[in-house]
Design a binder for this molecule. Sequence first.
Ligand code: DAH
Length: 344
Amino acid sequence: MMSQSNPIQLCRELSLQVEQEDSIKPEDLRIKYLGKNGLFKKLSALIKEVPADQKKLFGQKLNQLKNKIEEKINDLENQRQTDQAKIDLTLPGKKRPVGHLHPISQAIEEISQIFEKIGFNRVRYPEVDFDYYVFEALNMPKDHPARDEWETFFVDTQPSEKLGKMVLTTHTSNGQIHEMERLNAQPPIRMINVSRTYRRQSDATHTQMFHQFEGLVIDKGINIQHLKGTLDYFAESFYGPGTKSRIRPFHFRFTEPSFEVDFSCHICGGTGKNCHFCKSGWHEVGGAGMVHPNVLRMGGIDPDIYTGFAFGWGVERTYTLKKGLNIDDIRLFYSSNVEFLEQF
Ligand code: DAH
């Protein structure tokens, strides 16, 4: 703009501009116009370009402009003082909202700590892993029908010759073989693996992404009593004193024998009488069993010397069974609904 107008016109334009400067601090206005490199200085320097017969007029315009700038600075200062007088210092301060961990992160922390207390070692293994770790090494050869139980997302990449296709992990059991490899097949192993898992499913009790935790204990002489004791300990620690665990015969390819794991219902105390929450006195949570000898072998461990137990299931489901939570749709956890999340 400056270069197209003559200096006298520029005085006028700058004066208009000054009038409109309402959202600037007075000290900044002074620097902008009257400072060493300010607009007023620059304009004054143009006197060289003004024809001799107009120099006087230009001088007058400059004077007027300078007065206007000073006036504006005064106005802004006065305005600030009146604004400050309006501030009521007796008002309470504004509280900034403080966030907290997502409820599922809180649950993961709690679960990990419960197991760490009795010597389990918290680990994490890949969420996107090879077929070998997720299925094959867990005693589920290629094309085995048991694989259908896990509604798997396959990743569209070049398969590895040795380890097969890549998948989004359908369970945290993939950590079992990783852990045996990490420890060079040298028990004792006491692993708690918590990770995201994925399945093609979505309804009130399933989300495509969810979390599981997986326990694995391998040593000499490990038996079902150790498993049952660990489940009881977890039940009481997580759900409160008096909560019991129950194991029922089941079938998994990677454990023998295999069980389904239930916890007693805290509403009816495990009686099931007139209880709308459980109906039977028990809540099924997940699977467990004694590690199958083939799985130990795949991890390089001799099943004639060592035995182990394993268990694993969903964090979300485990958490919603807690006393007083009453969450009937686990999709809420991932709905980004702050009103819901703030309750935890
Ligand atoms: N991985 C199984 C699932 O997601 C659950 C499971 C069953 C884990 C038995 C185990 C186990 O460690 O021993 O359905």
